[in-house]
Design a protein around this ligand. Structure first.
Ligand code: SAM
Length: 223
């Protein structure tokens, strides 16, 4: 079992090490994820119809997803654990706001967001800490606000000691979508949709199925 401090310290170190390479390799792949783009469109429309409000891209990496949310007409900003990754995001998208922070304890007011996106950023969170993270998402969302999650499907922990051309130490969890759905509901969010897709051609060598989940904080939620 990994404790909170070990998870945060090791994940930050890994992404600080790989920040430059990650920023070169991953953003160009995002436009190839056609299912993601369809669901991001739905998410953006849901947030707008629920009254808009700021949208936090939590675990934003180099900011390409934040920029996509911005292009969809959302008031998006990014938060990431890794200072070097935040620097990459600021460099790539100087017109957008990026902050350092952790989704296990966000520096954001209760009910202040119209949307939360966690796009492959909970994949490093030890599953026993996911209730803490989902409780944070619930806390910062306004009633009627939406959550969009992307994650890897499976039942395994993959430990990487080399990635993006660097030696590092990083845990990646592949999770059962039904388990994740249950944790999201236990946090007080209502699941609206879940999509499971097969790996795209460019992912097949290293990836399995991928999941996208959209949930909503009830209108009558108090906290
Ligand atoms: C696989 S990358 C995904 C980045 C980006 N969302 C994307 O789709 O390319 C995971 C990101 O989540 C960040 N991260 C992991 N745990 C975090 C936490 N507790 N709080 C904030 N960011 C976190 C990492 O620093 C890294 O940038």
């Amino acid at each position: 079992m990994t404790d909170l401090t070990t998870y945060l310290t090791s994940t930050q170190l890994a992404y600080d090490t790989a920040a430059g390479a990650y920023a070169e390799i991953v953003p160009p792949l995002f436009p190839q994820d056609l299912y993601a783009h369809a669901v991001f469109g739905v998410f953006a429309e849901r947030v707008k119809r629920a009254g808009g409000g700021p949208v936090a891209d939590l675990g934003c990496g180099p900011g390409h997803v934040t920029a996509h949310l911005d292009s969809l007409g959302l008031s998006a900003f990014g938060v990431d654990l890794s200072p070097k990754t935040v620097a990459e995001a600021r460099r790539a998208h100087p017109g957008l706001r990026f902050e350092e922070g952790t989704m296990t304890g966000l520096d954001l007011a209760d009910g202040s967001l119209g949307g939360v996106v966690a796009w492959y950023s909970t994949v490093h969170t030890p599953p026993e800490l996911l209730p803490t993270v989902f409780a944070e998402f619930h806390r910062v969302l306004a009633p009627g606000g939406h959550l969009l999650l992307g994650f890897k499907v499976g039942d395994l922990l993959r430990h990487l000691d080399h990635a993006y051309g660097h030696d590092l130490s990083l845990d990646v969890y592949w999770l059962d979508p039904e388990h994740v759905l249950g944790l999201v509901e236990q946090a007080g969010l209502q699941v609206e949709a879940q999509l499971i897709r097969e790996p795209e051609e460019y992912e097949r060598a290293t990836q399995g199925r991928q999941a996208i989940l959209i949930a909503r904080k009830p209108d009558d939620a108090t906290a």
